[in-house]
Ligand binder design. Sequence first.
Ligand SMILES: NC(=O)c1ccc[n+]([C@@H]2O[C@H](COP(=O)([O-])OP(=O)(O)OC[C@H]3O[C@@H](n4cnc5c(N)ncnc54)[C@H](O)[C@@H]3O)[C@@H](O)[C@H]2O)c1
Length: 452
Amino acid sequence: MENQEGKRITIVGTGYVGLVTGACFAEMGIPVTCVDKRPEIVQMLCDGKIPIHEPGLEPMVLNNYAEGRLRFTTSLPEAMAESNVYFIAVGTPQGEDGSADLQHVLAVAREIGQNLSGYVVVVNKSTVPVMTADKVRAAIQEELDKRGADFKFDVVSNPEFLKEGAAVVDFMKPDRIVIGVDDQQGQAAEIMRRLYAPFNRNHERTIFMGVRDAEMTKYAANAMLATKISFINEIAGICDALDVDVENVRRGIGSDSRIGYSFIYPGAGYGGSCFPKDVKALLRTAEDCEVDPVVLRGVEVRNQAQKKILFRKITAKYGNDLSGLVFAVWGLAFKPETDDMREATSMVLLHQLIGAGAKVLAYDPVAMDVARKIFPKDWLDHGHLVLVDHQYDAIKGADALILVTEWKCFRSPDLHLLKREMRQKAVFDGRNQYDPKEIKEAGFEYSGIGRR
Ligand SMILES: NC(=O)c1ccc[n+]([C@@H]2O[C@H](COP(=O)([O-])OP(=O)(O)OC[C@H]3O[C@@H](n4cnc5c(N)ncnc54)[C@H](O)[C@@H]3O)[C@@H](O)[C@H]2O)c1
């Protein structure tokens, strides 16, 4: 099975971005081979098991695998043999100095250089700092030179803007498709245009630009969103101090079309595999080119503090020694609709609570298996942390309920049950999901983020 170019496309890395990208291209009738270096992940996928939780992904992967449009392998050379477009969608974690660690991206580039046998387009889909395309180009060229081979290739930047938890919908109906190319009339641009044509049927969503412009666009987008969150969190802190209700302020400013309602929800900090590392990487980039990133630094500092705000509110009520106290935690994933716990606020909070002597009963609708692997075994063995099977098992005998992730199932708690089962009646609402008046009238103490 071949695409218009007579070839399959290759996606390297089958994580949140790679697997969704592969499945969505296959769904549009484009044959795809997904490559991952972890054999256990490839085996799972070949067995019809999806290693991540992402709404709508499973049926798409299973169907396209059954139809032969989607294949999985650990061998990049094998995939390359029948492909002329290679997407790099591997991780770019935070390096020790805050910059993006490019080792996985460059390892793929070198492997491409070692196996190249004709013209190809190499597409950087991973989030990478400005000038990474130059490094990828150099790594491929170096490998070609080593074996005296002379093949043409283009390196394109095509950053991904999908949101975990809505990744499939975002990929199928993107707000925009950003493609950075050296020559907008060239062969690589034409191949990318044709590849993304099925996603542009309703209206043209593709924005062509220079390679470095595209690399920067991704960081600027994430930094802007993180800035909105940190901004409203700072406002919420001021509201808390002045007995002002930030929920009214949020609605008051959101109604201004220049501001808008999205991404101005106060809460206990942002997490995930993108915002924290991308803000830090951009900070690092700015410093490297001698720009003082005062705004970005503030965004980062505010978020670090925000992840600790629930603990601050808890110790203000119960004191610094939490021995003998039991806390119910609802939500462990960094946000709803995902099992991803990377940089989640729950990680910070649980370390603080258990470090102060408390016992935690925690529940998340999908992240329990991930949690079991991440948290220290010692906590589970000694009962400092109990991962319960149902949200209401967490509240039995609890001294407070702490909402950390705003899953829908937590939105309308059974207050009668809470009242009957909890030892002390207190709710710490880390995502401003509840009506303070209603919770207080039911006989609970309520503490939100800037709520009155
Ligand atoms: N997760 C998101 O919401 C999101 C959104 C937009 C952009 N991004 C960016 O996309 C990139 C990928 O993110 P992710 O969340 O999908 O990562 P991930 O950690 O979920 O997956 C990366 C995969 O790449 C594989 N891999 C690493 N090196 C490899 C190699 N040499 N050959 C083959 N496979 C290899 C890993 O085994 C892993 O399965 C990152 O740069 C990230 O910043 C992520």
